[in-house]
Write a protein that binds this ligand. Sequence first.
Ligand SMILES: *Cc1c(COP(=O)(O)O)cnc(C)c1O
Length: 415
Amino acid sequence: MSGYDLICVENGEKVEERYTLSCPNGHNSLLRAEYHSKQLNPQDYDNIFKYSDWLPVKTVFESKAKPVCFRSEKLSKELGLSDLWVGFTGYYPERNAHAVSGSFKELEALPTYSRLHDYSDDTIVIASAGNTARAFAEIGNQIGKNCVIVVPEKAEDRITVSNDRGFAKLLSVKGDYADAIAVADRIAAKDGYVPEGGAKNIARRDGMGTVMLEGALTIGHIPDRYFQGVGSGTGGISAWEAAVRLMDDGRFGDRLPVLELSQNEPFLPMAKAWNAGRRNIVPEDLGEDPATDVAAVYADVLTNRKPPYGIAGGVYDAMVACNGRFHTASNTEAKDAEKLWMSIENVRPDPAASVALATLIKAVDEGKVGKDDCILLNMTGGGRERAKEELSLQTVKPVARLCTDVSDEDLAEVL
Ligand SMILES: *Cc1c(COP(=O)(O)O)cnc(C)c1O
């Protein structure tokens, strides 16, 4: 159980904590948790709550989800790296990874449910048909907490869970993602409902940050470099924040890791903004035809159009603090990286993880990283197919199919 203050990054002022997602004084800034415990004391849980010292939670739940960190001898040899470490979250039982929905979004979901539970009985609302929705649906069913998931109708068969106990209420909306988001926003604004908050939620960020904590604990110090595929960039912010805490701890070194973040060609908004030295994403960073570019990428979790890039405490600040670099990989490069990984490890990576691996391979080839650099490669997801087969996952059925112009009464009815 942790003690912490909630701080506005913009001006350092303390903010009242009530599952608060944005600065009540109107700053365009992320909030951040300042933990009272300056040193990390791993707790006796075999899941993410091992790190509850540095998670904004009082309640702990039972789940097997946790980050794992290991050395892949064969991958290291293949890349010619002497100090490569893999952070993995997903389903990969041989490596002790049991995030059955297949991504590190489970590391966000668990502390988010805990933080919310600490302050209210409200129900969390998620507009997604991807890894975020699957993670919240899976964890909600594991720990017995409700969530509402809103998806466009074409994606209504994509949410699977290992044991459907009815805690994830799926609403299918006629139209596209924008329509699903519009309905989700209306629900989240109702009494008794809250949004999951994305990067603005300290629980999501500090949950993702446990990959850096697990890495530093396993390696013995903060790594020199941190590779991750990013769509919102939240994982990059989280790695930076976790590394700052590790530095303050005093036992893990005194240097921040270089953030080596990657996006999937041709959709590269943050990579373009960063490489042009911009604090803000401008329309040209999204490309001439964003919809076509988004549809063309292999790793669709990396296609966020409005990432928390310029906001105080966001991706840009993280990159400046960590002397970061943006890399890009084509679909072909990502698929080649995936093949290499699968020839070594017994699980298919999420395409976003393959993008990160592809950019590491390129960085090595181009001499952008040293052979002996200590590198933490965050394989952010994997093993969904295996989980589906081995755990016979169940598909969550929609409880209602709605139009975007659904009346408030009808909406209240299905909830
Ligand atoms: C969401 C997601 C990402 C991108 O994470 P951000 O840090 O939020 O940009 C990468 N990989 C996987 C598997 C994801 O689900």
